[in-house]
Write a protein that binds this ligand. Structure first.
Ligand SMILES: [Zn+2]
Ligand SMILES: [Zn+2]
Length: 224
């Protein structure tokens, strides 16, 4: 009985040696198949395009791209830079009408993207408010944020690049949150709280409260 077992074992080992090259090859193929599958999942995932409105610092663009990809778990591209938004300028206010910028972005008719986020380095306003950090059109899934009032320099304070980048992410998450159907939240620690000034932005941070998180998850399940 033992002799038979040993003979079987020897033949199994010989068989394995014969195919010793094949085994890693099969493992590699398995790995490649997984990667292909993963890639096709990525291409199926909803995509966001960041559009620079005029010249925007490259580091800001890439940092925002990376942070939003991590937070929303979506693929984000940086699109072609648009011209300076002179068409949205209001001479008396010396500000730019954000709704006009949103219309310009929407008119691009970008295909292959589920939502678009414009980043502008000019001070934005809407007729109802003296200024806005950003604006979004929920139905069109288009949003824009302004960098101007996120800089310490705007408030005559020493520049703080880390704080500046942090504020950009908060405002970008807020406006992108609108494109997912989220409305303003009354929780002043939630990113969907409406900032009336930059202190509001600083105290709320870039995270959704549990209520908004649930709404977002429900909406994403419905649209995915
Ligand atoms: Zn808002
Ligand atoms: Zn909330």
């Amino acid at each position: 009985m033992t002799v038979v077992f040993v003979k079987i074992m020897i033949s199994v080992l010989k068989y394995c040696r014969k195919f010793s090259i094949l085994i890693p090859l099969l493992l590699l193929m398995g790995n490649a198949a997984t990667k292909t599958n993963y890639a096709s999942n990525i291409s199926m995932r909803k995509k966001v395009c960041i559009i620079p409105i005029g010249t925007i610092d490259k580091e800001i663009l890439h940092n925002t791209q990376k942070e939003l990809e991590d937070r929303f778990n979506v693929k984000i591209d940086i699109g072609r830079q648009l011209e300076d938004p002179a068409y949205a300028y209001h001479k008396q206010k010396k500000q730019y009408h954000s709704t006009k910028i949103l219309k310009r972005i929407h008119k691009l008719g970008l295909t292959g993207y589920d939502r678009i986020l414009g980043i502008a380095d000019v001070d934005l306003y809407v007729p109802e408010r003296t200024f806005v950090f950003g604006e979004a059109v929920i139905k069109k899934k288009v949003a824009v944020i302004s960098l101007t009032r996120l800089r310490q320099k705007f408030y005559d304070l020493p520049e703080d690049f880390t704080l500046f980048k942090k504020r950009i992410i908060i405002e970008a998450v807020h406006e992108l949150g609108h494109t997912y159907g989220l409305r303003h939240c009354t929780n002043n620690k939630c990113v969907m709280f409406l900032s009336s000034n930059v202190s509001d932005t600083d105290q709320k941070g870039a995270v959704l409260c549990s209520n908004c998180k649930t709404i977002m998850e429900d909406k994403r399940t419905m649209t995915n």
